[in-house]
Ligand binder design. Sequence first.
Ligand code: HEM
Length: 365
Amino acid sequence: MGGPLGGSTVRRYIPPRAPPGAPTMNRFARSAWGVLAYDVAVAAWGAYVRATGSGAGCGRHWPLCNGEIIPRAPRVQTLVELSHRVTSGIALLLTAALFAWALRAYPRGHRVRRGATAALALMVAEALLGAMLVLFELVAHDASMKRALSVSLHLSNTFLLLASTALTAFWASGGAPVRVRGQGPMRWVVAVPLAATLLVGATGALTALGDTLFPAASLASGVAQDLLPGAHLFVRLRALHPVLAVLDATLLVVGASGMRAMRGGQPLRGLSLALSGLAVAQVGGGLLDVALLAPVWLQLVHLVLADSVWIALVLASAAALAADDARPFADGASGAEHVEERPGPEQRRPAVEQDRRAGHVRARG
Ligand code: HEM
């Protein structure tokens, strides 16, 4: 991948397509949003692996599958697990490429660089956590406390990975830097929903595991199962998530309107409205999940919605804590949309510098 700007000699003026100050995207930003969407899809596929009990499809082997690079005569479970490994391997490569690109295109200390660095570190941790699940056989029908801890940790790491990738894309799209100091009560309006949603996500992972390992034949028998004195811990914990999640969704809607009231303007308004809508939709999806006894397709929808709620919350929080609320898309990458890339000496120019120039100049090879 090259830098957002290339080219060498011929330049010609093209008029800006967006009004000054409006958020526009350079190629780096578009790629970062693409990586984020891909990561959400890979996480959903990971849930499919868990929901179909395919986690042991490659045996106790990692990174090889059943001791081979490409297994001969694979079973369906092996194919499901193998495809998750391949797609998550591609996610790792994409994140590494984004990191390398950020180093080339943005100056030292720039927030886009920091976001891409965190994303790469969390992606490596994600791969190690996945490997740990396989190597310690915390997969398929295992119902140990170790597995409960590791799935919650895995889910929390996925949320942090999505947060750092989303912030990388947001900042590369011109999102203002975040400042925590001096923000008064806004810090709490942001911190409490973030912590609560991380916790709700982790409890959701436990509920999903309980549903996979101890499926109920009907809603009534499921509730009876939950209340049985000798019931497995996963079964008893199953009811915790819906209760906490409804409280969290209420907190998200209240928090989102608080952010809007305390600090208006775009992109906070759009993001906080999206957050409220997604949180309400997620409650509807969760109730349907319970009523339909969590069919696999609905588990995937629920997870993608959970990821979307989380990403909207992270971005709304970043916008709410923007250092410069008068110009939320100030300082940074806007307008590189107007730049076409061709290899040349300018390729190495940092994106920030390119962005200042972009909108007025098109480079051609
Ligand atoms: C902000 C709201 C919510 C968030 C962030 C959230 C998050 C999650 C997450 C991350 C999972 C694990 C998915 C997986 O690993 O495959 C999950 C599972 C689950 N959640 Fe939620 N959830 C929310 C609301 C609700 C509500 C309101 C209910 C029920 C009333 C509910 C019921 C369930 C059930 C039954 C599962 C297990 C089956 C499945 O994976 O879909 N959730 N949730």
